[in-house]
Design a protein around this ligand. Structure first.
Ligand SMILES: [Zn+2]
Ligand SMILES: [Zn+2]
Ligand SMILES: [Zn+2]
Length: 263
């Protein structure tokens, strides 16, 4: 489509407008006088009208978010091409907020073309989260048939996300194991206090403590028939490991500690 600008109107635009558009208009004005016409290809009339509306008003008012959303992808492309940073950010946010698995591949392509990092990551995350829906989309089918590079990029992103998820799960498991171990060691201190007799099976008065589990484990150990059997008993082994671990870190004075296997 064609846009016609008059110099006077353009003057009003200067503060907010695009350096690219400004250069094009300047160049055209030198040749043709006060009017100039610019060809804008590949976008709908309504999107260009919205683009010009925002350029003239130099801002996106809160109530206009819907208008940005209605032409989000095209506004993003226009704002990127004509280097209107603030409008590009608004369009990127609007597209991100309306992202669906069906559009994820197309929007990822757009984000890459427009150098829109936030939208790109958002698409990648959505693809990783709901790949079966993304796989059914026209965008993915098209990429698989005609755009091997994009398909490869997507698969790479998914693999990265999988690895991140695995690493995160491993870290969580390790943290959880550390937490449980810390609790068990604290329970040993409660059951075998350094300044008194062992508590044995008596309930613990420390708030939020998990002595009960360890007390049950010790009671099990006392009567377990399998602890000496070949292969042993997993619960008994766990308890012995706890005692040994305590012994290796115990800082009580010599002979003052009653935890089994300590000293
Ligand atoms: Zn306790
Ligand atoms: Zn046992
Ligand atoms: Zn000890």
């Amino acid at each position: 489509m064609l846009l016609t600008f008059w110099f006077g109107i353009w003057r009003q635009l200067q503060a907010s407008a695009s350096p690219v558009l400004e250069r094009m208009i300047d160049r055209a004005r030198r040749g043709w006088g006060a009017d100039c016409t610019i060809r804008v290809l590949g976008v709908s009339f309504d999107a260009v009208r919205a683009f010009l509306h925002f350029l003239y008003s130099a801002k996106v008012a809160p109530e206009e978010e819907e208008l940005v959303g209605a032409h989000g992808a095209q506004l993003l492309a226009l704002a990127h091409a004509y280097r209107v940073g603030w409008l590009k950010r608004a369009a990127e946010a609007a597209v991100s907020a309306r992202l669906t698995p069906e559009r994820a591949v197309d929007m990822l392509k757009l984000a890459r073309l427009c150098d829109a990092r936030r939208l790109y990551l958002r698409c990648a995350r959505l693809a990783a989260k709901d790949f079966s829906a993304v796989e059914r989309s026209d965008g993915w089918r098209f990429a698989r048939r005609h755009d091997a590079a994009l398909q490869l990029e997507l698969l790479q992103l998914l693999e990265d996300a999988d690895q991140r998820k695995e690493r995160w799960a491993r870290e969580r498991a390790a943290q959880e194991a550390c937490r449980q171990l810390g609790e068990a060691m604290a329970s040993l201190d409660h059951i075998f206090p350094s300044d008194g007799p062992a508590r044995g099976d008596a309930p613990c008065d420390k708030a939020g403590c998990t002595c009960r589990g360890l007390q049950l484990l010790m009671r099990h150990f006392a009567t377990c028939a399998r602890k000496a059997a070949p292969g042993g008993c997993a619960r008994c082994k766990r308890m012995l490991q706890l005692f040994r671990l305590h012994a290796s870190v115990c800082d009580r004075p010599d002979k003052a500690c009653r935890v089994p296997l300590c000293r």
